[in-house]
Design a protein around this ligand. Sequence first.
Ligand code: B12
Ligand code: SF4
Ligand code: SF4
Length: 392
Amino acid sequence: MAEVKRPKESEQLAGAELKAALVEHAKALGFDAVKITPAELTPEIGAGLDAYIVAGHHGEMDWLAREPERRRHPTGLWPEARSVIMLGLNYGPDSDPLEALVHRDRATIAVYALGKDYHDVVKKRLKELGRWLGNASGLPLKVFVDTAPVMEKPLAQAAGLGWQGKHTNLVSRDFGSWLFLGEIFTAAELPSDEPEIDHCGSCSACQDICPTEAFPAPYRLDARRCISYLTIEHKGPIPAEFRVPMGNRIYGCDDCLAVCPWNKFASRTTEFAFHPRAALTTPRLADLVMLSDAEFRALFSGSPIKRIGRDRFVRNVLIAIGNSGETALGTVTEGLLDDISPLVRGMAVWALSRLAPARLYKLGHRRAIETESDVLAEWALAARAVDDHAAG
Ligand code: B12
Ligand code: SF4
Ligand code: SF4
């Protein structure tokens, strides 16, 4: 909670006056959008959360299923909350993220992860704004970005920042798909803004483009099929059915966001922290796959990518290599058959079975010394490709 210095009663602001000063401060701190909603969500939102969990669409993200009473209402998380201030930061890219998908020897990284970790950037600003608000209102507050059990998208829609599109993310009339969200819960009763209404109409572009058919219905996402989940949240081997559709997406996915027609109103972010690092703009798969643990941590220091760790990252890169058709990548891939991580060894088997089955056939003796069941399963899966090659 931000430290509250109690102002003299005569200096305190409230109501419309407090809101106007707050909006001004938020803009001065670099927030692109700021709107307010009462600290409540409709029962339909809670029911949607329940349905999502019951269907198992959260996959391994057990934390989403925990303490639903805290997640479904802002007052469940913090009983003193009266208003929620929803803030948005534009992270609009300067080119179409879909263009990077054609360079098969290179990696595609989701726009949100190309610059500094937004959690750090947004949280720092929220704390600064929170300090000001605490002092101006004399009332307690809490700041959140992504990490607490808060339903940020429905709250943002209720506040009027945008609407939850058919891909389930918030779409803004001013910033399209590219808005990070953060919020301040305050005990102050502030005048609220009008909720935004749905402007998707008959469009289905996001549903149609999804490479893994992750939408069982409009406005519902089965995270277990989503490349963003598979590359970032999923810990083990990525199920075989999703590997080819992943293409060269090695961290996150932007397809459903990028295709949204509302991006015609989007603009490139002016926030320097979100500008892509040169090293992450379509990097070569050959370079990424060779990263040691120390090199991985150095390259991704301050980036959200660091969180998945070297082994999961290299797992993702090997899948992109398996999809690349670049036989020249066979040598580095072969080297990883001996990697210390079973996750990496298993994906190296898969990648080599796609890239150079003849080579894998000659390396069959490696299978005999493998002890990990997940890796042996990959050898078994690859055996068909290898046998086909031998027969042919
Ligand atoms: C978990 C999570 C994920 C998961 C699951 C996403 C999901 N849609 O559930 C995964 C890892 C897949 C993910 C991916 C991404 N994420 Co994310 N994620 C979150 C997180 C932490 C929680 C979201 C959540 O509450 N999910 C739970 C379900 C219940 O919510 P829901 O999908 O909105 O479901 C509602 C409806 O769809 C409906 N519903 C859903 N299923 C069903 C089923 C039935 C039967 C019914 C009736 C209704 C129903 O009811 C629900 C309640 O209204 C938020 C931060 C936060 N605290 O809110 C960020 C957040 C949503 N992510 C964000 C981003 C940027 C992304 C990615 C774009 C990153 C990327 N490029 O790879 C992708 C987008 C993928 C996509 N199409 O959604 C941003 C989105 C910003 C914005 N403008 O909306 C957020 C808000 C983080 C932030 N602070 O900025 N994410
Ligand atoms: S992020 Fe990619 S995989 Fe996930 S739902 Fe959107 S298009 Fe599908
Ligand atoms: S692509 Fe179309 S359906 Fe999907 S969120 Fe955008 S407007 Fe809605």
